[in-house]
Design a protein around this ligand. Sequence first.
Ligand SMILES: Cc1cc2nc3c(=O)[nH]c(=O)nc-3n(C[C@H](O)[C@H](O)[C@H](O)COP(=O)(O)OP(=O)(O)OC[C@H]3O[C@@H](n4cnc5c(N)ncnc54)[C@H](O)[C@@H]3O)c2cc1C
Length: 337
Amino acid sequence: MGAPPADSPTPPAAFPPAAGPSAPRDRPAVGGSADLARAAPDTIAARLAAGDRRLISFEFFPPADAAGAEQMWDTIASLRPLAPDFVSVTYGANGSTRERTLDLTARLARETSLTTMGHLTCASQSRAESKAVVRRYAAVGVKHVLAVRGDMPGGPTVPWRPHPAGLANATELVRLVKSQGDFCVGVAAFCDPHPQRLDPALDARLLWDKQAAGAEFAITQLFFRAHSYFDLVERVRALGCTLPIVPGLMPITRLSQVERFAQLSGAVLPRAITDRLDKLADDPAGLRQVGVQVVAELSQELIDGGAPGLHFFTQNRSDATRAIWAGLRLDPPTPPR
Ligand SMILES: Cc1cc2nc3c(=O)[nH]c(=O)nc-3n(C[C@H](O)[C@H](O)[C@H](O)COP(=O)(O)OP(=O)(O)OC[C@H]3O[C@@H](n4cnc5c(N)ncnc54)[C@H](O)[C@@H]3O)c2cc1C
């Protein structure tokens, strides 16, 4: 979804073992890095191409402190019975946060059987530094990379300036990652127009460019109107781009938080939703309940319309995501979009 908010220490070593009833549904339950090759014979792209079921995936951010780290690992453990197709950790805006992203990603890849996708940006980073990160991902067995441009320190409203020895955009980053090995590369997509240009046609063309550069799937920025997703898919398909596009969703649990993220990312938060939530401004529990319901309704509409899966920006919490997924009707299957 975006750059993680803060620094965090290395997470505790309390992550539960991979084997057991909560192991992923589509491959054997396995443990450490020695088993990695056997554990993940396929790719996210291959699973999307198979189109026989909806994918589910979870995104986390590097926590700010030890308590946050403990909560994140608890969250991962409690989301695990949902058998995610992959998990990922956002790539930070500066050196220390980036190190924590790399540590967490390495731990997920090495110490669990979860398919782990590494995030990478080209913001404030030279080509050589980007290549070094790709090598670090490869060294821990990470085969999937989400290649996104990133934003300037200070956030998406700060005008973009490439690093003097770096890359201009995400399409170039896709090429760089593909030049470093046999990675399955994902990219960002935008249902509501990217705030830099507010140009839906450009956003669609960039997806075509990214596919031509070697990307194999896309995940959208958060959004709240199902038609924005379907309109994006239509625009992209009209260009001949076949990239599978997975909706990215943020469960609504706090009004101020969702308003902030919507504003930063350029997502439209429709009146129909804010009217439902505003009434509950003084009732946090009621607001959570309605917020979950709102995103559950959106999820169902997306699934019913043929979305190939759902990617949850979990905010390192599990309850809302679990409630949304548990309530979904996933059958009968529809052809992938
Ligand atoms: C699923 C997901 C995960 C994310 N994870 C992270 C993360 O871990 N860390 C992080 O910092 N951010 C993350 N982001 C946020 C992302 O970095 C920002 O949204 C960023 O502003 C755009 O990234 P992009 O990959 O779409 O960039 P690009 O594809 O480079 O596009 C960005 C903008 O640059 C311009 N542009 C690019 N190429 C061209 C061109 N050829 N011609 C004309 N204009 C062009 C356009 O205005 C475009 O809107 C994530 C976003 C998503 C959807």
